[in-house]
Design a protein around this ligand. Structure first.
Ligand code: HEM
Length: 317
């Protein structure tokens, strides 16, 4: 059976979703905690306040995520969206957690991909080290998949295990609340055939490439936006399969290794540029031209290195 091609790339997209689950409209007049916000997002030009309501079922899932009960004051969290050039850069949440010597309050900034930008501790009755940048910078870049566990992925402040764990709960809570409300969790990684693939011969590689080729061709024929993502993935997969071509000798002109390498490289470059353009432009004059050139290049390659005549547009199934 022919292996199925499964594409792998995916990015956590926050942009559009950021607004979806909010239940309350913009506050007209706001008194923003500007200094604290600037400390989290120094490059932001403005901030907007958004209030959210956590429905009971979300509260349960967040509590499961963080392994502790949510404080009543977090049930109606107020978020601040940071903007630069009218584009959202991320969000901030101010919250407090229970430390061994009382409440610890602070702020957490997340970027648009759901990663922690910064954690700040504002008020506390613990050792000074827990508000120190050396300790706090460990949280940056961490995301919803991280544990935020002292001794595992977080080094505690010396002698301050419990207070350090309490501070680590701030970004963990912020992430859990943000994801429950409006961030999309990354999909589980899909198996990428090209990563583990060990083709038996060149014909097998070509059959895999033909599957991807057909997806791109279908997109150009239909012009449907719904086929675009599939075509982009297919172009990236095509590029991945190119690296297997070098493992096999062509049946025709096997001694022309220089020429064979030249065509592989040319195809690799062309398909990479095409994949990038397709992502930004979809079907455009440029991508149509690039695709025509790729098809021509492949036809020339086949004429030179394949004994059999190959019609790329022929249905092989
Ligand atoms: C969009 C890209 C490509 C597609 C869709 C494609 C498709 C195909 C197909 C359908 C075959 C016939 C397989 C068979 O007889 O079962 C084939 C054969 C072949 N292709 Fe490609 N190809 C592509 C790119 C390339 C490139 C870049 C090279 C080399 C630089 C190449 C070299 C060959 C060779 C040497 C054969 C003959 C294999 C043999 O008979 O053993 N192809 N290709």
């Amino acid at each position: 059976m022919k292996p199925k091609t499964i594409a792998s790339c995916r990015i956590v997209v926050l942009g559009v979703l950021i607004f979806v689950s909010f239940t309350v409209a913009w506050a007209e007049e706001m008194t923003l905690p500007r200094e604290k916000l600037i400390a989290l997002f120094p490059n932001a030009q403005n901030f907007k306040e958004r209030k959210a309501d956590l429905p009971p079922e979300k509260v349960t899932s967040i509590e499961e995520d963080i392994g502790t009960k949510l404080q009543p004051d977090t049930l109606k969290p107020t978020f601040y969206i940071a903007y630069k050039d009218n584009k959202p850069m991320g969000l901030a949440l101010f919250l407090s957690v229970k430390g061994p010597n009382g409440a610890i309050s602070g702020g957490v900034g997340l970027d648009m991909t759901g990663k922690v930008v910064k954690v700040e501790v504002h008020k506390h009755n613990e050792a000074v080290g827990i508000a120190d940048e050396t300790f706090l910078k460990q949280f940056s870049e961490k995301g919803v998949e991280d544990k935020f566990k002292i001794g595992e992925d977080i080094e505690p402040v010396a002698g301050e295990q419990a207070a350090s764990q309490a501070v680590a709960l701030m970004p963990k809570k912020t992430l859990a609340i943000s994801y429950a409300l409006f961030l999309k969790r990354p999909d589980p990684p899909e198996e990428d055939v090209a990563e583990t693939y060990e083709p038996e011969d060149l014909k097998e590689v070509m059959m895999m490439m033909k599957d991807e080729y057909d997806l791109i061709r279908a997109y150009f024929q239909s012009g449907k936006n719904s086929d675009k993502a599939t075509a982009i993935k297919a172009a990236k997969q095509l590029q991945k399969y190119t690296r297997f071509i070098a493992d096999f000798e062509p049946p025709k002109n096997p001694n022309d290794t220089e020429g064979y390498t030249y065509f592989q490289k040319k195809f690799d470059d062309a398909i990479r540029e095409f994949a990038q353009r397709l992502e930004t432009e979809g079907i455009s004059e440029t991508t149509q031209k690039q695709w025509r050139e790729i098809v021509e290049l492949v036809n020339t390659t086949h004429l030179r290195f394949s004994v059999e005549e190959i019609d790329l547009d022929e249905d092989l199934n």
